[in-house]
Write a protein that binds this ligand. Structure first.
Ligand code: COI
Length: 354
């Protein structure tokens, strides 16, 4: 049960729903009618409000624009089989958001503000939830430093906001990924576990180089020796080797994925052997060559379960087994979709219904 907080609601005069072709939605192109805002002033969160979606006005000297003191989350709402809105594990996002806040020297937001803002917003814009297979309402909570000040120090003021966006799949087809052996996403002691802009900014140049070589995404490796795989930036990486579901541990340089946690929970519940341990690049190459690498996929909120079709390493592309035969990842994808839409039992209490 989500404890509610007082939210001032001002609704739009004119919905923009008709502008969206719900039969053909790309990721991240459309934004729903309303947004939630809270301000952090004089050491307190205040002025909780939902207003029509609009542009922000800010000073050119806004601290976020220069030093990147900003964090975000991503989660999804689904149209339930009974018609209501179902939100997947929002409490986990609220908790991770506050862990990111601590690392980025930002104020934590009370979970009840995060969750009430989110549920009220989804309720108000419930008509924006698409219902074709593979679609959902993506929810983007974020916080940014609001001070008008260009010295380097944590801001005194912040804004927390949530907006939503009807989306289709993040990747249109199974992905080709490159094991990155030169650039790094995160190093020990850094900000890799925080969901903050800098991690994504750092990935853009290496990802562009990889795209020029025909890859959709990178698999990052550890910053010391590039020996062990980490994550893919938009998703955690999972492998099925010899019938064991294997994924690297989240030890500070890897985002603590909520889809990752959900998949490990389901697999353990089904009696699948799961190993959270370091996975070396050599182990992956050997498993491909010996035929023991049965499945490889990315796991993330936006990406859901993204099958990996090929892995590129030092100029060679290794094609992986056909997606049709990938029993575990297909079963996981189906079960997650069924739970999220209210078609399967919510055994772990993951769904918040609004
Ligand atoms: C998500 O999966 O929600 C993310 O935040 C990844 C982002 C790159 C879309």
């Amino acid at each position: 049960m989500i404890q509610t907080v007082d939210i001032n609601i001002k609704t739009t005069q004119q919905t923009r729903l008709a502008e969206v072709d719900f039969n053909n939605i790309a990721f991240g192109k459309h934004y729903s009618d309303h947004m939630f805002i809270a301000d952090y002033l004089e050491g307190q969160w205040t002025d909780f409000r939902i207003v029509p979606y609009d542009y922000l006005r800010m000073s050119p000297a806004n601290a976020t624009l220069h030093y990147g003191q900003t964090i975000f989350e991503g989660l999804k709402a689904y149209k339930g089989s009974q018609g209501g809105a179902l939100i997947f594990r929002p409490d986990m996002n609220a908790k991770r958001f506050n862990r990111s806040a601590v690392r980025m020297c930002m104020p934590e937001i009370p979970e009840e503000v995060f969750l009430s803002g989110l549920t009220e917003l989804v309720k108000l814009d419930a008509q924006w939830i698409p219902d074709r297979p593979g679609t959902s309402l993506y929810i983007r909570p974020f916080m940014y430093a609001a001070d008008e000040y260009i010295g380097v120090r944590p801001s005194d003021t912040y804004r927390f906001m949530i907006f939503t966006s009807p989306v289709g799949g993040y990747y249109a087809k199974p992905v080709r990924v490159k094991i990155e052996m030169k650039f790094v996403r995160a190093s020990e002691g850094g900000i890799g576990a925080a969901k903050t802009a800098g991690n994504y900014a750092a990935s853009l140049y290496p990802a562009r180089l990889a795209a020029q070589q025909g890859y959709d995404q990178l698999i990052w490796t550890d910053s010391k020796n590039h020996t062990f795989i980490e994550e893919a930036g938009t998703m955690n990486i999972m492998l099925v080797i010899n019938n064991v579901l294997v994924t690297p541990p989240t030890s500070g340089t890897i985002l603590e994925g909520i889809t990752r946690d959900s998949i490990l929970t389901l697999a353990r519940d089904w009696g699948v052997k799961v190993e959270e341990r370091k996975v070396s690049v050599d182990e992956i190459l050997e498993a491909i060559q010996s035929g023991t690498l049965q499945e490889a996929f990315g796991a993330g909120t936006a990406a859901t379960v993204a099958h990996i079709q090929a892995i590129g390493y030092q100029g060679t592309d290794y094609e992986l087994p056909p997606v049709e035969g990938r029993k575990l990842s297909l079963k996981i994808l189906k079960e997650l979709e069924d739970i999220k839409h209210g078609r399967a039992e919510d055994k772990f209490g993951w769904i918040v219904s609004v």
